[in-house]
Structure formats: C-alpha cells, structure tokens
Design a protein around this ligand. Structure first.
Ligand SMILES: Cc1cc2nc3c(=O)[nH]c(=O)nc-3n(C[C@H](O)[C@H](O)[C@H](O)COP(=O)(O)O)c2cc1C
Ligand SMILES: C=C(O[C@@H]1CC(C(=O)O)=C[C@@H](OP(=O)(O)O)[C@H]1O)C(=O)O
Length: 395
C-alpha cells in the first residue's frame, strides 16, 4: 500500500494544472519559492519549445501547508497558465452557443490530421473525439509541471534524511558522454543546470548542441538518454517479497509514465546481458564502515531493494513527435492521405525532461522511505530511520 498518493488534473492550454498529494508527514518546510524554482528548472534547455520562454508557471498552494510547514493533510497546488487568456474560447470548460464558430477558426479550430507518435489518433478512437485537440491537451507533457510540484515536495522530505536526487543528460540523438565520464554528485547539480543540455562534459555538451541545431535546421526532432542518480539512500527501501513492492518495479513504472519515455535500465542494465556472471555483480566486502561494494553494476538495487549504494538508472526518451517536417497521416473525416498537424513544439526536450524524471524518481523514493519508517511527523520519520540504521550498523 503506497504511503504517498497523488493525482494531477488539467489540460495543456487550460486555465491551470492541479496536483493533490496525500501522505506527507507534518512538519516539512515548504514554500512557494522552492516550488517555483523547481518549475523554472523544468522550462530550461537548448531545443525547448518557444512556449517555454514566454509562459510562466504561477504556482499557489491551496491546502496542506500552514506558515511554511506541512500539516500532514493533503497538499493541494494549482499552477496557473499565464497564456490562458488567449485560450479561453478554445478551451472554455463551459458550454458554448458559438461552438461552430470556435471550431472553425483560430486556436479552437478542429484538428483532424493526427500526428504519428502522439495520442491524437488512438485517443480519438478510444474516447470518441472528433477533434484531436481533445486528445493532445491532456497527453501533453505540460502535465509534467504538476509532477514537478509533487516531486519537489518529495525531494524536500528526502532532504530531511540526507537523500539527494540528481540527473544529467548522457545522450542526445546519438551524441553520448564517454562510458567513464564523471557522474554528478549532489554538489554538482547547479553546474549541470548551468549547461544548456544539462551535460557536465564541455566537449560532449558542444557536440550535443550542434546535433540539436542540425536537427532543428533540418526541421527534425531528437530524443536521447537521461541518467538519474540518488545519493544517500539507506539500504532496504522497497522489498523482495512481492512484485509491486519492488523498488525497481516502481521506479521503472514511474519513469515510463513520463511522456515519451521508452526504456529504463538500472545500473549497467542491458550491457549486463552480454557479460559472464563473474563480471556482472557487485562483490560484498566488509570494512570499518560496514558492508561495501568495490563496483557499482547493479545501480544500487538488488532484488527490488536499495542496497545503500547510489541509485543509478537511465531512461531513453524518443524524439518529439510534432515534427516541423510533418509525417504522413490520414485526414480523419475523409481517410485521404495527408500530412500531420504541425504544432509549435520542442525540437529536443531531453534536457528539461531530466528535471521531470528526478521528480518521479523522488516521489517513488519518498514513498518507499515512508513505507519503511512510517511516521506522522518529519521528526518521527527521521527518528525511525536512525533507529533502523543503528541496527544495520550493528550487523
Ligand atoms: C518535457 C517534455 C516535453 C515534451 N514536449 C513535446 C513537444 O513539444 N511536442 C511533442 O509532440 N511532444 C512532446 N513531448 C512528448 C509527448 O508529450 C509524448 O510523446 C506524447 O504524449 C505521446 O506519449 P508517448 O510518447 O509516451 O507515447 C514532450 C515530453 C516531455 C517529457
Ligand atoms: C507546455 C509544455 O510543453 C509542451 C509539451 C507538448 C507535448 O505535446 O507534450 C507540446 C508543446 O506544447 P505547445 O505545442 O503548446 O508549445 C510543449 O510546449 C510544458 O512543458 O509546460
């Protein structure tokens, strides 16, 4: 049974996004400024949509927090979309007498040429939409702003027990960091964020930027790979006893729930399939600081539990499906061959997607932490974790 539960609601061009998070302990320091800072991180990155530059995420807390501290009650947050005034007719939740005119021209005009790779066609078939805007509005990764709010609260809780989640970009469109490239620690996050592609190595960074520019000039889009790391985890989050309690199960599902994410690997992941067992595992040693591993191949998870080593996972993001050079499709009304709708769009959203992945990873880790410690207050969570870690240290 998860301890943390959340729901998001809202359409990409609607008035606002809404997030509700249930299960946070009382006494967690939270402020609008912290939420706004993380939301701003999600809007950065070379290759981003022009929309990222002019729209502002106006965040407001509506419940669960008093005088900068959580109360233990559900936290409710609204992120207002500053572009809403332009979209009122197109996205009005109220019934409208002038619907025909709205669907005829302007922002509300009916869209009937579904993009391959987006939700447009299949959601239209499944939900009976005759306008693919009804599909794209909710499928849009605009929703990830709400998840970053929830993830920021989860990160705040993890910080209380010394856990930090960071991400960086290791591949854009086939331009990769070297296998032995440095991995960011908690102290490196500002440096990662300062890079337009969130990559620490200057040579790879320059090549990634050039790759994005070339794709952009060619009216094309790019995907890539993001590595997420969590430092300071205790051993024993998650469990081997049941499939849905395994930490890797939960993390993989969370990462794949982010728009456009198509693969997840833990530690050396797919490369392990090519190696003999003698070179695939992390041998166990014992020294003055307790148990230790000379290698980091498993990515900090064995049998669905954190081992106490850094968590390391990689997520593959596919290229954006709204191409300026549109793909072939079919006009919904006539079945005539057509080209897909061309939406203003990200050319490459890999850098900013890292911030979203940090968030969903933090949510799962915070949930697993609370499952391990229980606790209605932050102090109780910390106390219970410390007592458990004291026991582990005795072993
Ligand atoms: C941060 C981020 C930004 C994205 N920006 C766009 C975009 O501008 N245009 C687009 O077509 N898809 C974009 N996507 C991906 C689509 O939302 C996604 O491909 C679509 O919802 C279909 O889901 P699927 O790719 O998971 O199958 C973005 C995804 C993320 C994580
Ligand atoms: C709005 C966001 O991302 C959007 C995600 C998205 C998609 O199809 O996923 C399409 C684009 O929307 P638009 O075509 O209106 O520019 C992105 O800008 C955001 O991240 O806040």
């Amino acid at each position: 049974m998860p301890r943390l539960r959340y729901l998001t609601a809202g359409e990409s061009h609607g008035p606002a996004l809404v997030a509700t998070l249930e299960g946070l302990p009382a006494g967690l320091p939270v402020s609008r400024a912290v939420l706004a800072d993380e939301l701003a991180r999600r809007r950065l990155g070379h290759g981003r949509s022009p929309r990222m530059a002019f729209e502002v995420d106006e965040v407001e807390v509506f419940g669960g927090v008093r005088h900068g501290r959580t109360l233990g009650s559900p936290v409710a947050v609204v992120i207002r979309n500053t572009e809403w005034p332009k979209w009122v007719d197109a996205m009005d939740p109220e019934p409208r007498d002038d619907l025909e005119a709205i669907r005829d021209t302007g922002r509300g005009r009916r869209l009937t040429r579904p993009r391959p790779g987006h939700a447009d066609l299949t959601a239209a078939l499944k939900y009976g939409y005759d306008d693919v805007r009804d599909a794209l509005e909710r499928a849009s990764a605009r929703e990830t702003a709400a998840r970053v709010v929830v993830g920021t609260l989860a990160k705040r809780l993890l910080a209380e027990v010394g856990v930090t989640v960071v991400s960086h970009v290791v591949n854009i469109g086939g331009v990769r960091t070297a296998d032995d490239a440095a991995r960011p620690g908690p102290e490196d996050l500002a440096r990662v964020d300062a890079s337009p592609v969130r990559c620490l190595d200057p040579d790879t960074e320059a090549a990634m930027i050039a790759r994005i520019d070339a794709a952009h000039a060619d009216n094309d889009t790019l995907g890539g790979t993001i590595e997420v790391l969590a430092h300071g985890l205790p051993p024993g989050l998650g469990s081997h006893v049941h499939w849905d309690r395994k930490l890797d199960t939960r993390l993989a599902a969370a990462c794949l729930s982010v728009q456009a994410m198509k693969g997840v690997e833990f530690g050396d992941g797919f490369a392990l399939a090519d190696r003999p067992g003698s070179q695939a595992h992390d041998e166990i040693l014992h020294g003055p600081d307790g148990y230790a591993r000379p290698t980091d191949r498993a990515g900090g998870i064995e049998a669905g539990m954190s081992t106490g080593q850094p968590l390391r996972l990689r997520v593959a993001m596919k290229p954006i499906s709204s191409l300026p050079r549109p793909l072939r499709t079919v006009e919904l009304d006539t079945h005539d061959e057509a080209v897909a709708i061309t939406q203003r769009s990200d050319a490459c959203a890999v850098p900013r997607a890292g911030v979203v992945l940090e968030s969903v990873v933090a949510i799962e880790l915070a949930d697993a932490l609370l499952e391990k410690t229980g606790g209605d207050t932050v102090a109780e969570v910390v106390r219970n974790l410390d007592a458990y870690l004291d026991e582990v240290a005795e072993r």
